[in-house]
Design a binder for this molecule. Structure first.
Ligand code: G3P
Ligand code: CA
Length: 340
């Protein structure tokens, strides 16, 4: 009998450690390495690549609709300048919040571009999907969730949503509670507990606390929360990435989403890196770690990793992060499947 019980315990430990070792792939703005970011085509493609989660960056329109766009501006992925000239603010930017959903639906979406000194649009990723071809539109968060849930039904998969509130403090300053609207939409579509296949993420520290303390209780729901962190020169996360700071964070968040360069700190040409204690601190406090952004192009691969596969091996299996945001979900899913 004792041998049987020990055997069962051994099996349970094996199963639990296997579950703990599962790595998740988050399609960053969809399969954005192949087709324009945050388009329905990019999301359907990511779903077909069998990722674990598909990411939505979310902002609000003038008439309170949630739309899926990386920025609260329209002027780096659409033709808003041509269609609505004169509607920019003093800073020259076209704000989503100044347009109705009907107006935004008339825009053509394209690959991300920058604007050079001559006013020309230049693709940010020149080897990706071409600029200004095909026909893509802006869609709502609800429409994207319906697509994912529809594909889940037709394929038998269970792919989740991973939504970021973009600039929630700016939205609040304009009288709009972006986080509340996102989480209310989650609830409408059945994502209402930490067991749901859904994450809420934001860079804003006070907003994540507000979501935990006020927004979720007001909606009578719960959801997994991720604190995003950036690696810029001005670093509001400095105090957070200390033993006390991470411990405090773990009282209201389920994980962190740092820039990968907060984990592997580099200097100069980036041929070597210094491993920071961020991942071990997070894991000691029960937080998952989902760094961004894993890109397969050679110019985007840090020199210290050698190749995209080298980068995945280092982060997922040597450093031990729990998942990655990637523009190239197919390569990433295959790499993880082959490791199994
Ligand atoms: O949300 C994780 C990652 O997407 C953060 O970077 O700027 O692409 O939203 P960004
Ligand atoms: Ca994001």
């Amino acid at each position: 009998m004792r041998v049987v019980i020990l055997g069962i315990i051994g099996c349970l430990i094996f199963v639990m450690s296997s579950i703990a070792a599962e790595k998740i792939v988050i399609a960053h703005r969809g399969a954005s390495g192949y087709v324009a970011e945050h388009t329905i085509a990019a999301k359907a493609m990511a779903h077909a690549m069998d990722v674990d989660y598909i990411e939505q960056d979310v902002v609000m329109t003038k008439d309170d609709h949630l739309v899926v766009l990386h920025d609260h501006y329209l002027d780096r992925v659409t033709d808003v300048q041509e269609k609505f000239s004169g509607r920019a603010r003093e800073d020259g930017r076209y704000y989503v919040i100044d347009f109705t959903l009907d107006e935004i639906r008339t825009l053509a979406v394209t690959e991300r571009y920058s604007i050079n000194e001559d006013g020309e649009k230049i693709a940010v990723f020149p080897d990706r999907f071409p600029l200004n071809v095909a026909r893509f539109n802006v869609h709502t968060l609800a429409e994207e969730i319906e697509l994912i849930q529809g594909l889940n039904k037709s394929t038998g998969r269970d792919i989740g949503i991973y939504s970021e509130a973009k600039s929630p403090a700016f939205h609040l300053s304009e009288g709009k509670d972006l986080s509340h609207a996102i989480l209310k939409t989650f609830k409408v579509y059945g994502y209402d507990s930490k067991l749901s296949k859904a994450y809420y993420q934001t860079f804003e520290i006070e907003e994540l606390k507000r979501v935990h303390e006020k927004v979720l209780p007001a909606l009578d729901m719960d959801i997994k929360l991720i604190q995003l962190m950036g690696a810029g020169e001005i670093n509001p996360y400095e105090e957070m990435v200390t033993p006390d700071g991470i411990k405090q964070l773990s009282t209201y968040a389920d994980g962190i989403g740092p820039s990968l360069f907060m984990i592997t700190h580099t200097e100069g040409r980036g041929e070597t890196y210094e491993l920071t204690d961020l991942v071990s601190l997070a894991h000691q406090n029960g937080l998952d770690v989902h760094p961004y952004t894993f890109r397969a192009e050679s110019f985007a691969t840090p020199k210290f990793a050698g190749s995209y596969e080298g980068l995945l091996e280092l982060f997922l299996y040597e450093i031990g992060v729990d998942g990655v945001f990637t523009d190239f979900p197919d390569i990433t899913v295959d790499y993880i499947k082959n490791k199994k």
